[in-house]
Design a protein around this ligand. Structure first.
Ligand SMILES: *Cc1c(COP(=O)(O)O)cnc(C)c1O
Ligand code: SF4
Length: 339
């Protein structure tokens, strides 16, 4: 493979990239020149199997078993440990489900579970046990959920989340977005996605064209996109090019990161991340304290560490380059600001 692996990954479509994503631990080790001896805690988890695109693997350091990108996708035996306080629905999604696929927790915004599929399986994902099979899968199945939004005039913003909404093809995705934009009281549409980070060529010409049609339409809705970058090494040229395309089409770009042990738990790592985001025109929006989902306890950092990091960032960076450090508590009316 070697050098032609890189050339191929540039030429293929995003669907092809997703098909060719690595799903075997053995293959991942081979690509990174690592051995099982270097990763004694390695384990497979059939309920939430390894999934990582080659475009992401290319950004990992060869022979480094502690690479911060690798640590986000590597299934470890610790995931099977039962740890008090870590559960299957850590943020109370179940309590806030209103209609199929609609979570309405916060007054002015509703969140749609657009799909259960993602470009990657992040081991710390707070929805790793979410019952996606209960959410709509075809456009017509969204009727009830869209009626819910239509009936609730307090909803100013609809958030497409999941899973990753960009797993849907453009036809399905924009079919849904266009129906949402036809609801008068919804003035903003927000897309939570990790796709541009994982497979940057997801931001193809057709995607940009359809996006511009919405922003440019008479009803003129604003589009916000919240990326999910946890480490500066994730920001390479292809991602920067995708970001540049999105910015040219008037999308407001924000980032949310999760504070993760071994990945981004130093001031250096947070500073590099926020600087590189700001340099690319992406505002660091949230730094999340880890949601206590079963299987992710080994990623947890003390809240006091997060506070110290963000205080450090505030001393060294422009105000807008410092994220709000937040956590989510089931039943609260908004995310809770820690610092
Ligand atoms: C986090 C979240 C939102 C968005 O909250 P903001 O603070 O506006 O970013 C909306 N709905 C649900 C269900 C959420 O979990
Ligand atoms: S991309 Fe988002 S929803 Fe998908 S596994 Fe990662 S954190 Fe979870």
């Amino acid at each position: 493979m070697g050098s032609d692996r890189h050339i191929e990954s540039i030429a293929v479509t995003w669907q092809e990239s997703l098909r060719r994503a690595v799903r075997s631990v053995e293959e991942l080790l081979t690509l990174l020149s690592l051995t099982r001896e270097q990763l004694p805690e390695l384990d497979s988890n059939p309920n939430f199997p390894l999934l990582v695109p080659r475009e992401y693997i290319e950004r990992m350091e060869k022979s480094d078993s502690c690479d911060p990108l690798l640590l986000q996708v590597l299934p470890l035996a610790q995931e099977n440990a039962q740890v008090t306080g870590f559960g299957f629905d850590p943020v109370g999604d179940g309590l806030s489900a209103r209609s199929a696929g609609v979570l309405h927790k916060y007054q002015s915004r509703a969140l749609l579970i657009a799909t259960g599929l993602c470009a990657v399986h992040c081991r710390y994902c707070f929805r790793r046990h979410y019952p996606y099979e209960d959410s709509p899968t075809s456009l017509s199945q969204w009727d009830d959920s869209l009626r819910y939004i239509q009936d609730h005039r307090a909803i100013e913003e609809v958030i497409l989340s999941g899973g990753d909404p960009l797993s849907l093809g453009n036809a399905k995705l924009f079919g849904l977005i266009n129906r949402i934009s036809s609801i008068e009281h919804v003035s903003r549409i927000r897309i939570h996605t990790r796709f541009p980070v994982m497979i940057p060529n997801r931001i193809d010409a057709d995607f940009i064209e359809q996006l511009e049609a919405i922003v440019g339409a008479e009803s003129s809705k604003s589009i916000y996109m919240v990326l999910h970058v946890n480490h500066a090494n994730e920001i390479d040229r292809p991602l920067m090019q995708a970001i540049a395309k999105l910015r040219r089409s008037s999308v407001v770009l924000l980032n949310q990161a999760v504070l993760l042990r071994g990945v981004n738990d130093t001031l250096e790592a947070q500073k590099d991340l926020c600087r590189k985001l700001a340099d690319s025109g992406v505002i660091p929006y949230y730094l999340h304290q880890l949601d206590r989902v079963a299987g992710a306890a080994h990623y947890e950092c003390d809240e006091s560490l997060g506070e110290a990091l963000v205080a450090g960032l505030r001393r060294e960076l422009s105000g807008y380059a410092v994220p709000r450090f937040v956590k989510e508590t089931a039943g609260e009316l908004s995310k809770t600001l820690i610092l």
